[in-house]
Design a protein around this ligand. Structure first.
Ligand code: GLU
Length: 407
């Protein structure tokens, strides 16, 4: 089953079998509040007109404005955006930030667009959405293939459409236009705080061999943060292929290689291998940091990691979860592991609303406290319910959302 929204609903039903949530609440939380589809016309550089399909799914706002990124990907569709919006609602509840869940997207391969076309597309998305988003309504952010610069174009477009220049409509902006210190590395940094809180509890050694799938915003910063903390990055990949070195790779040199060639493939400090083999490398921690549905029923038996740590959204299907649980391989779920990104996004929103600018030290101190607290709470819940970390995280998130909906 590879429809991400069906997977999300399967996760929901598995988690709620353990506790007694009222059926009416479960029925409500299985459906988004609103699904918006737009056509975005873009005048291309060759003079032709192309119309792109864009989306925003507003899943649940019981705990605060809808919150979640905008994804640009050729395979993005409304079902994927719906699943991602659902996970955002749970993620914000797990992180205990005052936000609901939403997500946006455009079906496009942004690598095929010129910068001018990309700007026109991004401004077009925001222009069409400017009446449904807003600092108190719905606050987008970056996701796969969307950057701080795109957030700046969108913030500017929203200001033009509404006159609101606070920037609080969107997070992940560059520092110069109201971005927060630490937002660029927050997903990986928050993940690292979660990892450190759970490392001993999950039986991991002090220095781990780490495999990272994906070298985008989450993966590349994770490589840097984990390696600087004394762990070895023994393999990593991007959409073009993978590299491995059982002795650990020099991450600074790998960055230089990626910058020069556009890929990790061909890095001299490692051996280039087929991208499909990356997940099955022997390691202590496997960090999927790319897309959904990577660890599935048909390949989960080949995973050789001691722990799976989900920096991506939805990388493990429910069937694979069962197999890993059966083999005593804990999965630290996305809604906890990658919640640092949206947490610092919320700090950014708060700073914009108050006209403040916090130091990086303040941002990370606050983030660390929050991540440790929620990681420990979820671990304890998994012990008391005798279940996996994903079900425990779902139960905690659903309790928080349900309380808010009741109130
Ligand atoms: N796209 C990120 C996520 O999936 C960040 C969302 C946000 O900052 O609102 O969590």
């Amino acid at each position: 089953m590879n429809n991400p929204f069906q997977n999300a609903l399967a996760q929901l039903s598995r988690a709620t079998r353990l506790t007694s949530f009222p059926p009416d609440f479960l029925e409500r939380i299985s459906h988004p509040d609103r699904q918006i589809r737009i056509s975005i016309p873009v005048k291309m550089d060759d003079g032709s007109l192309k119309v792109f399909e864009g989306y925003r799914v507003q899943f649940n706002n019981a705990r605060g404005p809808y919150k979640g990124g905008i994804r640009y990907h050729q395979d993005t569709d409304i079902e994927e955006v719906k699943a991602l919006a659902f996970w955002m609602a749970l993620k914000c509840a797990v992180a205990n930030i005052p936000m609901g869940g939403g997500k946006g997207g455009v079906t496009v391969n942004p690598k095929e667009l010129s910068k001018r076309e990309l700007e026109a597309l991004s401004r077009g998305w925001m222009r069409a959405m400017s009446d449904v988003v807003g600092p108190q309504k719905d606050v987008p952010a970056p996701d796969v293939n969307t950057t701080p610069e795109i957030m700046a174009w969108m913030a500017d477009e929203f200001a033009k459409a509404t006159g609101d220049t606070t920037g609080a409509v969107i997070t992940g902006k560059p520092l110069e236009v109201g971005g927060s210190e630490g937002r660029g590395t927050a997903t990986a940094q928050g993940g690292f705080y979660v990892f450190e809180a759970l490392q001993e509890k999950l039986g991991l050694p002090t220095s781990c061999r780490v495999v990272i799938q994906g070298f985008g915003n989450a993966g590349e910063h994770a490589a840097d943060i984990w390696s600087k903390a004394g762990h070895k990055i023994v393999a990593t990949s991007d959409s073009k292929g993978a590299v491995r070195n059982p002795n650990g790779m020099d991450i600074a040199a790998l960055y230089d290689h990626k910058k020069a060639t556009g890929s990790v493939v061909g890095f001299v400090g490692g051996e280039t291998i087929d991208g499909t083999e990356l997940l099955f490398q022997e390691c202590d921690v496997l960090i999927p940091a790319a897309l959904e549905n990577q660890i599935r029923e048909d390949n989960a038996s080949r995973i050789q990691a001691k722990v799976v740590f989900e920096l991506a959204n939805g990388p493990t299907t429910p069937e694979a979860d069962d197999q890993l649980f059966g083999r005593d391989i804990p999965v630290v779920p996305d809604i906890l592991a990658n919640s640092g990104g949206v947490t610092v996004s919320t700090f950014e929103w708060e700073q914009n609303l108050k006209g403040e600018h916090w130091s990086e030290a303040d941002v990370f101190t606050k983030l660390k406290d929050m991540m440790e607290k929620e990681a420990n709470g979820i671990f304890e819940k998994s012990v008391s319910l005798k279940t996996d970390l994903r079900r425990a995280a779902f139960v905690i998130a659903l309790e928080r959302i349900q309380n808010a909906m009741k109130l």
